[in-house]
Write a protein that binds this ligand. Structure first.
Ligand code: ZN
Length: 138
């Protein structure tokens, strides 16, 4: 069995942002040489997510509105975590959007449903953060 590991770095200039990272993950898969197996992609930070959904701007806007309703950033005084930090909302948003995805690898490709794409969800940006790609198989 082959095993491949790579860290991808992202720096979102705003507090929040959603980035389609499918092409970078596909590059990792190509580099790994693995044709059949599993591909894990996870955020290595507790205020960022990796998730799979549609790459559609309307949906990206809907996520922003929905997440701000569930866990508004301001006022930061509403959160106890903000005794010393102003990013409690980012922790909560990350929890909802998830930590990782696992995609099947079949015939050397990510075995997606029609509209599935992999996203990095940033909820406390303006600094460099890592995403781990781990691929195992043959
Ligand atoms: Zn925090």
């Amino acid at each position: 069995m082959k095993s491949y590991r790579k860290e991808l770095w992202f720096e979102v200039p705003a507090r929040r942002g959603l980035i389609n990272i499918t092409a970078q993950v596909e590059e990792c898969l190509l580099e790994s040489g693995i044709k059949e197996g599993l591909c894990l992609v996870n955020a290595m930070h507790i205020t960022a997510s990796v998730y799979i959904n549609d790459d559609e701007p309307g949906l990206h806007h809907d996520y922003e509105v929905w997440l701000e309703k569930l866990a508004p950033h301001a006022p930061t005084s509403q959160y106890r975590h903000n005794g010393y930090e102003d990013n409690a909302d980012a922790h909560l948003k990350r929890q909802i959007m998830g930590r990782e995805v696992v995609v099947a690898v079949s015939g050397g490709a990510l075995d997606f449903g029609t509209w599935e794409r992999i996203f990095y969800g940033e909820f406390d940006g303006r600094r460099k953060k890592r995403v781990l790609v781990k691929i195992i198989g043959e």
